[in-house]
Design a protein around this ligand. Structure first.
Ligand SMILES: Cc1ncc(C[n+]2csc(CCOP(=O)(O)OP(=O)(O)O)c2C)c(N)n1
Length: 368
């Protein structure tokens, strides 16, 4: 039950911030991260931003039916991805996590296949867009019903503890999820069982049009952890290194046998809730413009610049390289074509029951 470093105190009044708006490192410890890793964080954040723009184009050109923009969440999502052990720990994500999927190295063709709902989609087009998952990478398939993935994440963590697998279950969600019964039941269960789970709220202060002030009377989301007897970390999620280091501490704390925790990463949602939303009806353009001044990418760029790890030429080249990679993956996914409609009868039951067999026969006849 040994945990190496304890750097962060739960329930801080101010959010944990390690890089200020001007890009200065303001923590009381050395980050000790190699230049390659720092640049990798930047690459993943930039790729997430470019992916977001590309997904919006897919909506506008009618190639997909749903997108939940993640711009503004890049620092939080890249921090989470690099803090867990990829392919070993389990991730229980939510629909705004496409930047997280990218940083988790979910293959780009799968990301686009899932978005298009075509034959490149491991779920064979049977999920809603922006609802990926990966058996190979231990990524639980996104659930549309808000917070319904919290109890399964708690259950997985309890199983990891009983089986002593050394894994951790990391579960992400928005502030709106914290008003669901599943959220409280799941966190309470994981907490009382001392399970290795980290529950991560990407608090963008909106649940579609509902502002956080109408969501909860608590002074923060993190403070709710008090009620379950676990630590609650309050973090500036626009700071990729604060997100990374706090997540790493919470994950390694869980892995060392000290139980669950709650991490609140405070972020901004730069886009509308989804492609089906017009946020100008409930959020002033002035408010949005003010939020955009606190761009997580710009802050991290300033930090890198101070260490001679960033220049405009390098960043432009990187942007072009990422755009090309994304376009190539999109074209590859597009070429796989539509999934076979008969596949909708597969994978639910080990042996197909008679009534599905009958329906499958009728559909096959219709298709002929
Ligand atoms: C149980 C349930 N109720 C309502 C909805 C409709 N719905 C979809 S997204 C959403 C807002 C969730 O907001 P939040 O959890 O803050 O995450 P964000 O979208 O802001 O990242 C709602 C109410 C749903 N999917 N499931």
């Amino acid at each position: 039950m040994v945990q190496e470093k304890v750097r962060f105190q739960p329930f801080s009044g101010e959010p944990v911030r390690l890089i200020d708006e001007q890009g200065h490192w303001i923590a009381g410890f050395e980050h000790g991260l190699p230049p390659d890793l720092l640049r990798r964080f930047y690459r993943d954040m930039l790729a997430a931003r470019i992916l977001d723009e590309k997904l919006i184009i897919l909506i506008r050109t009618g190639k997909t039916s749903f997108v939940a923009p993640h711009s503004g969440h890049e620092g939080a999502q890249v921090g989470i991805a690099h803090a867990l052990r990829k392919g070993h720990d389990w991730l229980f994500p939510y629909y705004r996590d496409m930047g997280l999927m990218l940083a988790m190295e979910l293959p780009l063709v799968e990301i686009f296949g899932q978005t298009l709902g075509n034959a490149a989609d491991p779920a064979k087009g049977r999920q809603m867009p922006s609802h990926p998952g990966s058996k190979k990478l231990n990524i639980f398939s996104v659930c549309s019903a808000i917070a319904s993935h919290i109890p399964p994440a708690a259950g997985a963590a309890i199983s990891m503890k009983l089986r002593r697998t050394g894994q951790v279950a990391v579960c992400t969600f928005g502030d709106g999820a914290t008003s669901e019964g599943d959220w409280h039941a799941g966190i309470n269960f994981a907490a009382v069982q001392g399970a290795p789970a980290v529950f991560v709220c990407q608090n963008n202060r909106y649940a579609i049009s509902v502002n956080i002030s109408r969501q909860t009377a608590s002074e923060s989301i993190a403070i709710k952890a008090h009620a379950y007897g676990i630590p609650g970390y309050y973090v500036d999620g626009m700071d990729v290194l604060a997100s990374y280091f706090v997540m790493q501490e919470a994950i390694e704390r869980a892995r060392a046998g000290h139980g669950a925790s709650l991490v609140e990463l405070v972020v901004n949602r730069f886009g509308p809730h989804s492609s089906a939303d017009d946020d100008s009806r409930y959020r002033s353009r002035e408010e949005l413009a003010a939020e955009r001044l606190h761009d997580p990418l710009v802050r991290f760029q300033r930090f890198l610049e101070k260490q001679d790890l960033w220049d405009a030429n390098w960043a432009n080249e990187l942007g072009l390289e990422i755009s090309k990679e994304l376009e190539a993956a999109l074209q590859e996914a597009l070429q796989t074509g539509e999934p076979d409609p008969l596949e909708m009868f597969d994978d639910v039951f080990a042996a197909r029951p008679w009534h599905l067999e009958e329906q499958r026969r009728l559909v096959a006849e219709e298709l002929r």
